[in-house]
Design a protein around this ligand. Structure first.
Ligand code: C5P
Length: 230
């Protein structure tokens, strides 16, 4: 594994990991890994290629041949598949379904390990996902496990979708989040669990700013310094 430090930010969908990871990465001037986007882009590539999300051998083949690029964008990462931007498509509800289906396949998770670890380059990496602290970067010096109630997460997801002009009812979102949680926590490989040495933060009643400040406290305790102003 590389010598660059890694901060892992794991937790269920909608707890605010994406916003937090981006802010921490910007504050430190470190690289950012949005591992959920990797699973999303694999699900999307399979749909384009007509590959069944359950067909492990075929999904692994698609994963190994993936021509994907991540570029920093204002509010996250822009994702390119085979030279076409797919940021919006992969973040739809269909994109969420595909990601959580392909993420249950052990061969896909193994195929992604090296790709994810290769991103741990100086000065450091902030890694956002489900198994960053338990499987991908078990030696990371700082691990955050960010949770929030299902209700708070469904409301945030609804606001996010509405911002993008998609409307989904709250009961439907609650059901989808519960299903996804069960699938993420109940799968046999890399289930969503907190690492033993993770710092737990419940964001249900905290603003994004308040969560960020708690994490900055942990960052400072580890001796990581903000990047020099340009
Ligand atoms: O984080 P995001 O919601 O974009 O992730 C989409 C899906 O990808 C999750 O529901 C989960 O099934 C899967 N995932 C995973 N391991 C990760 C990141 C995401 O299994 N490290």
């Amino acid at each position: 594994m590389s010598g660059a430090p890694v901060i892992c930010i794991d937790g269920p969908s909608g707890a605010g990991k994406g916003t937090l990871s981006l802010r921490v990465a910007e504050y430190l001037g470190w690289h950012l890994l949005d591992s959920g986007a990797l699973y999303r882009v694999i699900g999307h590539a399979c749909s384009i290629q007509g590959v069944d999300w359950q067909d492990e051998a075929a999904v692994v083949k698609t994963t190994r041949g993936l021509d994907v690029r991540f570029d920093p964008a204002g509010d996250g990462v822009a994702v390119w598949l085979d030279g076409q931007e797919v940021s919006r498509e992969i973040r739809s509800e269909q994109g969420s379904l595909g990601a959580s289906a392909v993420a249950t396949l052990p061969g896909v998770r193994i195929a992604l390990l090296d790709r994810q670890r290769s991103l741990a380059k100086p000065p450091g990496l902030v890694a956002d996902g489900r198994d960053m602290g338990t499987v991908v970067f078990p030696e990371a010096p700082l691990k955050i496990f960010l949770t929030a109630s299902v209700d708070a997460r469904a409301r945030r997801r609804q606001a996010q979708l509405m911002d993008r002009g998609e409307s989904v009812s709250l009961p439907r979102l609650l059901e989808a989040i519960n299903e996804r949680d069960q699938r993420d926590s109940g799968r046999s490989v890399s289930p969503l669990v907190a690492a033993e040495d993770a710092v737990h933060i419940d964001s249900s009643t905290l603003s994004a700013g308040a969560v960020f400040h708690r994490v900055l406290h942990c960052v400072a305790e580890k001796g990581f310094k903000p990047r020099e102003p340009m």
